[in-house]
Design a protein around this ligand. Structure first.
Ligand SMILES: Nc1ncnc2c1ncn2[C@@H]1O[C@H](COP(=O)(O)OP(=O)(O)OP(=O)(O)O)[C@@H](O)[C@H]1O
Ligand SMILES: [Mg+2]
Length: 380
């Protein structure tokens, strides 16, 4: 057998294996690497639309003309084809108007590539909160639609999908917008694709410090309630039009949640509403949204409403006025924790300075290594 014949045979057996696995594991569509290479112009840098903790994302066009987002998982994310397909079958079968749709994947050799539908209007992090904001006008009506859409998508993951899915990484860069600004939650169901040694205390990117519920940041407890906390922060960002953390502002305004809580306490919550909202702003509704965000970010996880309740509150089906709002879990409280305060501060400062190049020039939306304070305690 010549070398060439050997490789052809190897390739065929690989393809057959892939096909067989595909049949036995689920109905996930398999793309060939060749197909994805052609779609993305050989993964040309000009087609790269972003890079996150899992790897790089490229815009591509399939032969039938469909635009796709091709997410090439970093080599660290390697795992067996079968485990990988098992994992993504659940994502593949989770379909909702407010979730990014997975078209399929490529598992040739060691490659692990996910193919999603391409969302034209990028992420909220770039368009609403980014330094180079887009020319999209985020009217109140649009913000209402985005907030309710994300809440519905998350309620679906938490309460309707079986088994329920905890997202773990709700933040503005994981909310993508389609042509008519319908929000789509991305990166759900990926937790098990994280590198095997990853926990919340590893250096794997898993959440952004400003979005982390205290119990997640401190003890690594990931539950629906920690997602709900992150949603509360996101909702604050949508209504105020600013990142959850901005080191350029005066000290008492740097953390959005702290600011919102202080203003709520003074009975002046409306002062945090985005000043650029004028024409169609419904102040009463915006204040209601802010109260919902405070309910979601309460320090006590059990007091936070479920996502289906949040949907009811946002859409006016359920009253918010009568709800008692207790103190939120604040970033500065993490800092004041007796546990190794100095080290926590150092870590926070280093995260803050490393984020200067981020799109919003603040700590908030930068994806930081999820080395949380538990990690500090553990290591000492
Ligand atoms: N389906 C998609 N359509 C259009 N753009 C996308 C799509 N998926 C991702 N992107 C772009 O690629 C960028 C990187 O996405 P990715 O999910 O890899 O990283 P991230 O969300 O910034 O961080 P993390 O890895 O923590 O989720 C996104 O911010 C977005 O701009
Ligand atoms: Mg993402």
């Amino acid at each position: 057998m010549t070398c060439f014949q050997f490789f052809v045979k190897l390739k065929r057996s690989q393809q057959q294996q892939d096909l067989q696995l595909n049949k036995s594991v689920g109905n996930v569509k398999l793309f060939s690497f060749k197909e994805l290479r052609a779609a993305t112009g050989d993964f040309c840098p000009v087609n790269k639309v972003g890079e996150g903790g899992f790897g790089s994302v490229y815009k591509g066009t399939l032969r039938n003309g469909t635009n796709v987002a091709v997410k090439v998982l970093s080599t660290e994310s390697k795992q067996g084809v079968k485990e990988f397909l098992t994992e993504i079958t659940s994502i593949y079968n989770t379909v909702h108007e407010n979730l990014v749709e997975l078209y399929g994947c490529c598992t040739e050799g060691q490659r692990r590539i996910l193919v999603y539908n391409y969302l034209e209007n990028n992420s909220l992090a770039q368009t609403l909160l980014g330094a180079n904001r887009s020319n999209i006008q985020f009217s109140w009506k649009t913000r209402y639609k985005i907030s309710v859409g994300v809440a519905r998508g998350l309620a679906f993951l938490h309460e309707e999908v079986e088994p329920h899915i905890v997202h773990r990484d709700i933040k503005a860069s994981n909310i993508l917008l389609d042509r008519d600004l319908t929000p789509k939650i991305s990166d759900f169901g990926l937790a098990k694709l994280w590198p095997p040694n990853a926990t919340h205390i590893s250096t794997r990117v898993a959440g952004t410090i400003g979005y982390l519920a205290p119990e997640y940041a401190i003890r690594g407890q990931v539950t629906q309630k920690s997602d709900i906390y992150s949603f509360g922060i996101l909702l604050l960002e949508i209504v105020s039009g600013r990142c959850n953390t901005n080191k350029r502002l005066p000290q008492d305004e740097q953390f959005l949640l702290e600011r919102a809580w202080a203003l709520y306490d003074q009975g002046e919550l409306e002062r945090i509403i985005d000043a650029s909202l004028t024409e169609d702003l419904d102040i009463k509704q915006a204040c209601k949204f802010l109260k919902v965000s405070l309910l979601c970010t309460q320090d006590s996880a059990k007091l936070r409403p479920s996502m289906s309740t949040v949907v009811k509150m946002l859409t006016g089906v359920r009253d918010v006025e009568s709800e008692k709002i207790t103190k939120p879990g604040l970033v500065s409280d993490f800092m004041e924790m007796k546990i190794h305060k100095k080290k926590a501060n150092e870590l926070f400062q280093s995260m803050s300075s490393s984020s200067n190049s981020s799109h919003c020039g603040s700590l908030g939306n930068t994806t930081c290594p999820s080395m949380t304070f538990t990690a500090i305690v553990d290591r000492e």
